[in-house]
Design a protein around this ligand. Structure first.
Ligand code: SF4
Length: 245
């Protein structure tokens, strides 16, 4: 069930966000599980931060469910990574799909919509499916990090997110990796030998759908390889849906 506004006040959200800045990741995840149980879930696209969160949750015995958005336009390596992680962590990762298959989208909107209107393509294949999923939850746990891009610099560890303006629905967005650096994430993954997407070793720093992701050189913005040629750095799942309170 989606979050009810009488379950937590904006003041408490702000106070917890400050407190969580200085708490270990495991304790932040435990807060979500103790207070909301399976209404708190980890959403991941198998970038580094998501893997670190899942590892902490499993190690701490927190059975937080994990889901991913499968746009049906992911790299084969990403799908393989999902299977490897399910085996490594011994858990099932739920895949969330768009309403239309890629072929149905072609029939309605023509081929390669991502080249002509990536915002519409992202809305159909990412934003709307995610919005439907968030309607079942109270807490969406993300791997957002401030260091990833300019648009993510103000990320708080806990936010009250107006994810559905039309139906006036809210969710708690928990971003427990917000203050982690890229270096810390990858050092953790190496130390614990967590399987990761092999595309990271081929210059892909942030990995999304195959038509909109390319390899980039070291030292560039982490999300520079996404939507090359468009004035677009976010698919919309962290920006379109509504505002933080
Ligand atoms: S990232 Fe590209 S292919 Fe994927 S949903 Fe967005 S526009 Fe479409």
């Amino acid at each position: 069930m989606t979050l009810q506004l009488d379950e937590i006040s904006a003041e408490e959200v702000h106070a917890l966000a400050e407190k969580f800045e200085n708490e270990p990741l495991e304790l932040v995840l435990r807060w979500a599980w103790d207070r909301f149980g399976e209404r708190a879930q980890i959403g991941t696209s198998f970038q580094g931060a998501g893997l670190v969160m899942i590892h902490h949750a499993v190690k701490a015995g927190l059975p937080l469910p994990v889901f991913t958005l499968d746009t049906q336009l992911l790299f084969p390596e990403t799908l393989e990574t999902k299977r490897n992680l399910e085996n490594f962590f011994e858990l099932k990762i739920e895949s969330i799909y768009p309403e239309q298959t890629p072929m149905q989208q072609v029939a309605e909107h023509g081929p390669e919509l991502w080249k002509r209107n990536p915002d519409l393509c992202c809305t159909m294949r990412k934003v709307l499916p995610l919005q439907k999923k968030l309607g079942e939850l109270a807490v969406w746990i993300t791997g957002l990090r401030r260091q990833q891009s300019e648009t993510r610099q103000k990320t708080q560890i806990l936010e009250l997110y107006h994810f559905d303006v039309l139906r006036d629905r809210y969710i708690l967005k928990l971003n427990p990796m917000a203050n982690w650096s890229r270096e810390a994430v990858w050092a953790y993954i190496a130390k614990h030998k967590i399987p990761y997407n092999p595309l990271h070793d081929r210059g892909y720093r942030s990995i999304g759908c195959w038509p909109c992701t390319r390899a980039v050189s070291e030292g560039t913005n982490e999300r520079a390889g996404r939507w090359t040629g468009f004035d677009k750095t976010e698919c919309g799942i962290h920006t379109f849906l509504g505002d933080n309170i």
